[in-house]
Structures are given as structure tokens and as C-alpha cells.
Design a protein around this ligand. Structure first.
Ligand code: ADP
Ligand code: MG
Length: 737
């Protein structure tokens, strides 16, 4: 079929415009059990703590079933009862607390990415003005000039910069929630009360600049993660009635034909109908070497067509493409809190009231009991209030986890939540499936042994007739071998997981499967001793073909060991992780592969549930176990493992959805990468927690003995947040660790 090349003036816009990524769909107003759901994008959080407080405040609204506020993605996912509360009321409630809130529209592709790229423009001006005034004030004060002007400038700084602080602090207080803003407000008012106008203005200015810097660094993290999500182009060239039309991807349905020209991104998932080209799939698989695509091959939205023109039949709607699924999963992953995060959140709840009580004691005890100077101890109490915000601590874990998830997805590793990073960082055993994981799963028939009166060709033919309906790699190998021959129709196909398959041909049930299956049927297999010896010697995979009482023959197959296997196993061993191999295949085939990749510990002839049992046994010994598998029959073992890792998940919905970690390619190297990244993440989280807690402890001691002041306290408070944010962001930047 010829491909019509029409001149198109908009080609460059089609491939360079990333402004409206397609396929990003937020679930909204769809009814999960328990109510309606709603996504809101929220801006101008100035402290991680604020997100937590907002979550608390929202939970108190009658009719709200559950709330998840995400500080990093600046969004809230709310499940609510439409009879009791309306979305508009929720939005107004959030706005009253001093945040900008906006409904994320259903189906508006990429609407959650519509945040302005420069979040800071208005704020920048404000901070510059306050900064200038603060500088002038400081100069005048040092030179002891114009004392009344100094007071005036201070009043302007305090009212101008302090207004948003007061608004939020008081707003939250109305909901009986004490937040950082309120504490800042008390500190500022307190400083004014004891005549420390310049100190009050300095607290306002420094907290403003601190929040600004923190917002800036976080903005960078958010942007890097968002840029990952902006994978797919918003428009596609579709062929309708012989004409080439440029339409939004949402308007194109399954079965339509789209054209992808050289240098363009593939706009939708589909199958190549005509043409050939190399396609760079790095955005999905992390593999930077382009993959050759020809008629019949699958292509994915968001990948880059390098040189040829491809005519592609669309196989998925814009909102169902692999890229859209990845985006959705990354978003969901951000909302799943890691264990460390949950512990920190709990601690943060106690931390603030404890520090406030300490502050009160600091005023009351020395002044009342020991008749010390009120002003000096009141000042120290104010300093304590400033550092009572647990922001740095609250943000320490999520910023690291999200950076790690972002980094991993760029490498084609999809991690479904923080807890899996934590677990992968601690993993002690990794179990591998054999076929399709340690081997390529591209088996080839090497020979056929005849044991009845059918010829090799006939045996292959009936085996292929049965296997036509199976998805097992063995089945595919047999069907491929027989591709040239016409197959007779078979009925009543039954898959026998871990054993084989059967189907009826001419009213006779034909079985294709392993020894276990045929022993179960009552065959005596010992008479074929020479055949078994040969198979044993070669370490081949084999299947038997026959009826319930006749064995027609044995098909022997060979597989190719995954080239990255040996190196990855060696690397994992170096990390102190014990690898093991679990397979449903025979002992000798298992031994051959295990030897090739240097795994000493392997189990063969397993049924899918036996694989799960072995994992369960290890877990019962208290081990953290990961399982790497590919196929559907590995599902029980993947579910049983602490972390289930699915290989080659591109295009396979089950693998993408059921595993905890999904690898987009069959590159085993991604496993050691994920382990390394997770270990790094865990250690950065630890560092961050130490930094956050350590600084607070130093300051609390320093304040009680009277060597700190309000300035330093604000500096330490926001400084710590910035340090942990930047430290966490290192994970996003790291390419090869
Ligand atoms: P693995 O653990 O190596 O992935 P499976 O659990 O998928 O293996 O299968 C175990 C064994 O069961 C295979 O080695 C094969 O002997 C047999 N088997 C499973 N499915 C089929 C099938 N469709 N056709 C033939 N044999 C099969
Ligand atoms: Mg398998």
C-alpha cells in the first residue's frame, strides 16, 4: 500500500508542542465505592506541614470520605458524598484557607500540567520589594539614622509580608488546627509586643525568602517529574476517507489509521500496517537504542519515529495508551505513602504540641519560679515557636521517594509506591522465573522424537493445532515452527498452567505438556530412557504430545539465556542479595540455565502455586523477598513476594497493573539498577531525617541556653527544608548510580 505524503505545514508544531500531553486523564466524578471522587490542583503551599494541615482540615468537612493532599504534585484527591457536600464548596473552603484551588477537569488532556512554569513571577517581585525595604531598614538602623522611618518601614514589611501568614494561620485556627503560620504569627506579634520591631520584620522577610527558595527547589522537582509525564503529542494525522486530517488524539478511535512521519512522535498506541522505521522508545523503556519496526509490530504513544513513514492502525484510545497508564501509575505512586513517611507524619503531629508546651514552660518556669527577666525568656520562647515547624522532617521522605520514582521511570522502571522502594532497598532474596526472565523466552524447536506411528511433521502439526490458542512461549515456538502448514481446527482448548494444554481434534483430546501431565494421565514414561538421557545431556526444554493413552512424540526446544543475566546475578551477589531460580520446566533445562547465570539455588518442576509456596517460606523466615517474573502463571508468586517485579511490561496490561514494580524491557540490568537506586534512596531518607531532627535538637538546646535568636531560627527552619529537598533531588538527577 502506497503511503501518501502530503505537505503539512504543521509538522513541526505537531512534534514539538508538548504543551498539552494527551492521554492524561484524571478520574473525576466516577463513582468509586463510598462516594464520588474529585481531583483538585492546589497552589502556594509554603510548607510540607501545610499540606498535612489542609488534609486534616478537609477531613473535618461533613460528607468528605477521604482526602489525600500531595505536597509535591500540588494536588488533592478527594472522595466525597455528593449528597452532603459539593465540589464547589470544597474549592471555596480551600481558597478561604489562602490557597489557590482549581478543579482538574475530567478528560482535559494534561490539565494537571497547566501549572504555570514560572510559579514565582508575582512572588519574586514581592520578595524583591520586601528585601529592598529590609536592606534599607537594616542600613538605617546600623547607622542609627531616622528611627521613625525605621519603624515605618518595619510596619510596612510586617503588614505586607505578614498578611498571608496571618490569613492562613487564623484560617486554620478557626478549624482548630495549629499550623506553622500561626506559630510564625505569634512569634511576630510577640516580637512586636516586646518592642523588637526589626526582629519581627526580619522574621517576616527571612521566612518569605526561605519559602521562596524552597518553593523554587520543589518547583524544579515538580517540573522534572511533570516533564516525564508530558510524553505524548496532542495531535495525530489520521487518514479518513482518503484524506489526511490533523485531529486531537482524543477524537481518534480504535481501528483508524494514522500516519507518523520521520521525526514525529507516535501519538497513539497501534500496530504498524505499512512502512518500516526505527523508533526510539526511550521515553517508555529507557532504552536509547532505536528499535526497528515493521508491518505487524506494535508502536507506543510517546516514542519517537526516526526515519521512515509509518502507517499505524490505532489499537488503544488516547486515555488507555501505555504512556497514559504509566502517567496514571506514577501519579498514584506519589499518593502512596512510604512507611518512613507515615512514621514521620505521626511524629510530626506530636512534635509541634511538644515544642509549644516547652515554649510555654520556658516563659512560665524561669519568670514565675525563679523570678528571672520576663522579656529575655519570652524572647527565647518565641525562638522556640519559630523552630516548632516540622517542615523539613515532613518533606524529607516524600521528596526523596518522588525523585527516585521519577528517576526510575526515566529508565523504564515503573515503581508503584514509596514502600516498594523501601523494600527493594532492603531486599535479601531475589527469585527469578526462568522462561522469559532469565532466558529470552524465544524458544526454538530443535528436534522431534517420534514414539508412536506419527511422523515428526504430524506430531508438530497436531501440537501446533492445540498450542495455537496458548500464550506460553513454548506454544508460540511450536506454532511458529508450523506456520507454513495448514492447521485443522481444534475445539475445547484448555490451558493447564504449569503443565501444558489440551484441545479436541476430531473428537479426540490431544495433550501437549510436561511429564507431570502425562504421568497424571497414566502413561508409563520410563520406557523412553534413551530419549530422557539425551535431553538431560543437552539441558533442553521438552513437551510431550499425545492422547490419554498414546504418546505420539516429544518435541525438544532450546532457549537463549538473557545476555545480561550473568552480570546482573554477579552484581546482586556483590550486594549481598541471594538469587534463586524458580521454574516449571524440567530439572535439566533448569540446571543448564542456572549454571549459565551462576545461580546455585534453583527449584524445577514447580507448579505456579509451588513458586508462591517457596516465596512464602522465605518470607516466613523473616526475609525480604523480591520475585521477578514475566508470565501470567507467575502471578501468585509475584503477589506473595514483598516486591513483585514484572518483566517486559510494555503493552501488557496485566503485568503493568498487577506488579509492584514493572520493567518496560527484558533488560535484567534494570533490576540491579532499581536495587541500587532504592538503596540510595533509603540512605538519603536516613540522612534527611538526621539533618532535619539534628538541626531542631541543636536549636532547641541552643534556645534554652539562650545562644540563638529569631533570625537564626528562621534560617535554620527553612534552611533545613531546603537542604533536605536538594539532597532528595539528587536522586532525580542521578543517571547511573
Ligand atoms: P516457567 O516457570 O519456566 O515459566 P511454566 O510454569 O510456565 O514455566 O510452565 C512449566 C512447564 O509446563 C513448562 O516447562 C512446560 O513443560 C509445561 N507447559 C506449560 N504450559 C504449556 C503449554 N502451553 N504447552 C506446553 N507445555 C506447557
Ligand atoms: Mg514464565
Amino acid at each position: 500500500m502506497p503511503i501518501t505524503m502530503k505537505s503539512c505545514s504543521c509538522q513541526s508544531t505537531a512534534c514539538s508542542s508538548h504543551a498539552e500531553p494527551a492521554g492524561v486523564v484524571q478520574s473525576q466524578f466516577n463513582k468509586p465505592p463510598g462516594g464520588n471522587s474529585l481531583d483538585i490542583s492546589i497552589k502556594s503551599f509554603d510548607c510540607a506541614d501545610c499540606a498535612q494541615k489542609l488534609e486534616q482540615a478537609l477531613t473535618k468537612i461533613p460528607g468528605i470520605v477521604s482526602v489525600k493532599v500531595n505536597f509535591i504534585s500540588e494536588s488533592a484527591h478527594i472522595i466525597y458524598d455528593n449528597g452532603l457536600v459539593k465540589p464547589a464548596e470544597i474549592i471555596t473552603f480551600i481558597q478561604k484557607l489562602g490557597y489557590q484551588a482549581m478543579l482538574v477537569e475530567a478528560n482535559a488532556a494534561g490539565s494537571n500540567h497547566n501549572h504555570p512554569k514560572t510559579v514565582f513571577s508575582g512572588d519574586t517581585l514581592k520578595i524583591v520589594i520586601i528585601g529592598l525595604m529590609w536592606g534599607i531598614m537594616l542600613g538605617l538602623e546600623l547607622l542609627e539614622l531616622l528611627p521613625s522611618a525605621v519603624i515605618l518601614i518595619n510596619i510596612i514589611i510586617i503588614s505586607f509580608g505578614g498578611y498571608p501568614i496571618a490569613k492562613r494561620g487564623i484560617g486554620n485556627l478557626r478549624n482548630r488546627i495549629i499550623d506553622t503560620n500561626l506559630l510564625m504569627l505569634i512569634a511576630i506579634t510577640g516580637a512586636i509586643a516586646i518592642g523588637e520591631w526589626s526582629e519581627a520584620a526580619t522574621v517576616v522577610f527571612l521566612s518569605g525568602i526561605g519559602n521562596y527558595l524552597q518553593e523554587y527547589t520543589l518547583g524544579k522537582t515538580r517540573q522534572s517529574i511533570r516533564s516525564l509525564m508530558e510524553l505524548t503529542p496532542p495531535y495525530a494525522r489520521v487518514l479518513r476517507n482518503g484524506q489526511e486530517l490533523r485531529l486531537p488524539v482524543e477524537d481518534i478511535t480504535i481501528g483508524e489509521v494514522i500516519l507518523v512521519k520521520p521525526g514525529e512522535m507516535v501519538p497513539l498506541d497501534g500496530r504498524v500496517q505499512c512502512g518500516s522505521s526505527a523508533v526510539n522508545q526511550a521515553s517508555i523503556t529507557g532504552e536509547s537504542i532505536p528499535v526497528d519496526k515493521q508491518t505487524g509490530d506494535d508502536v507506543y504513544a510517546g516514542t519517537m519515529n526516526m526515519q521512515g513513514v509509518l502507517e499505524v492502525v490505532v489499537t488503544k484510545f488516547a486515555q488507555d495508551t501505555t504512556a497514559a497508564k504509566i502517567i496514571k501509575l506514577i501519579e498514584q505512586a506519589q499518593n502512596k505513602k512510604a512507611t518512613a513517611e507515615l512514621i514521620v507524619d505521626k511524629f510530626a503531629r506530636f512534635y509541634t504540641p511538644i515544642v509549644i508546651s516547652l515554649a510555654i514552660c520556658l516563659v512560665v518556669v524561669p519568670t514565675v519560679v525563679f523570678q528571672q527577666s520576663f522579656v529575655s525568656w519570652f524572647y527565647r520562647a518565641l525562638v522556640l515557636l519559630v523552630i516548632s515547624c516540622p517542615c523539613a522532617l515532613v518533606i524529607s521522605t516524600p521528596v526523596s521517594i518522588i525523585s527516585a520514582i521519577g528517576n526510575a521511570s526515566r529508565q523504564g522502571i515503573l515503581i508503584k509506591g514509596g514502600e516498594y522502594i523501601e523494600q527493594l532497598g532492603k531486599v535479601e532474596n531475589i527469585a527469578f522465573d526462568k522462561t522469559g526472565t532469565l532466558t529470552m523466552g524465544r524458544l526454538k524447536v530443535v528436534r522431534v522424537e517420534c514414539t508412536g506411528n506419527l511422523s515428526e511433521q504430524q506430531i508438530l502439526n497436531i501440537a501446533a493445532t492445540v498450542e495455537k490458542y496458548s500464550e506460553h512461549p513454548i506454544a508460540q515456538a511450536i506454532v511458529t515452527e508450523e506456520a507454513a502448514t495448514d492447521l485443522v481446527p481444534a475445539v475445547n482448548f484448555i490451558a493447564l498452567p504449569g503443565q501444558g494444554a489440551s484441545a479436541d481434534i476430531d473428537d479426540e483430546t490431544i495433550y501437549v505438556g510436561n511429564k507431570r501431565l502425562f504421568c497424571g494421565l497414566g502413561h508409563n514414561l520410563e520406557q523412553y530412557e534413551t530419549i530422557w538421557r539425551e535431553i538431560e545431556l543437552n539441558g533442553e526444554t521438552y513437551v510431550l504430545v499425545g492422547t490419554n493413552n498414546i504418546l505420539y512424540g516429544i518435541i525438544c526446544l532450546a532457549d537463549v539465556v538473557n545476555s545480561s543475566g550473568k552480570q546482573v546475578i554477579a552484581e546482586l551477589k556483590r550486594y549481598g542479595i541471594a538469587p534463586l531460580m524458580l521454574t516449571g520446566d524440567n530439572e535439566y533445562a533448569a540446571k543448564t540455565v542456572a549454571k549459565a547465570v551462576n545461580i546455585e539455588n534453583y527449584y524445577s518442576d514447580l507448579m505456579p502455586e509451588n513458586k508462591a509456596d517457596i516465596i512464602a517460606r522465605l518470607r516466613n523466615q523473616g526475609k525480604v523477598v523480591a520475585m521477578v517474573g514475566d508470565g501470567v502463571n507467575d502471578a501468585p508468586a509475584l503477589a506473595e513476594a514483598t516486591v513483585g517485579i514484572a518483566m517486559g511490561a510494555t503493552g501488557s496490561d496485566t503485568a503493568l497493573e498487577t506488579a509492584d514494580v514493572a520493567l518496560m524491557t527484558n533488560d535484567l540490568g534494570k533490576i540491579s539498577y532499581a536495587v541500587k537506586l532504592s538503596r540510595n534512596t533509603v540512605s538519603i531518607i536516613k540522612q534527611n531525617i538526621w539533618i532535619a531532627v539534628g538541626l531542631k535538637v541543636i536549636f532547641i538546646i541552643g534556645t534554652v541556653i539562650g545562644v540563638t535568636n529569631l533570625w537564626l531560627a528562621v534560617f535554620a527552619d527553612v534552611g533545613a527544608s531546603i537542604i533536605v529537598t536538594v539532597n532528595g533531588m539528587r536522586l532525580l538527577a542521578a543517571k547511573k548510580i
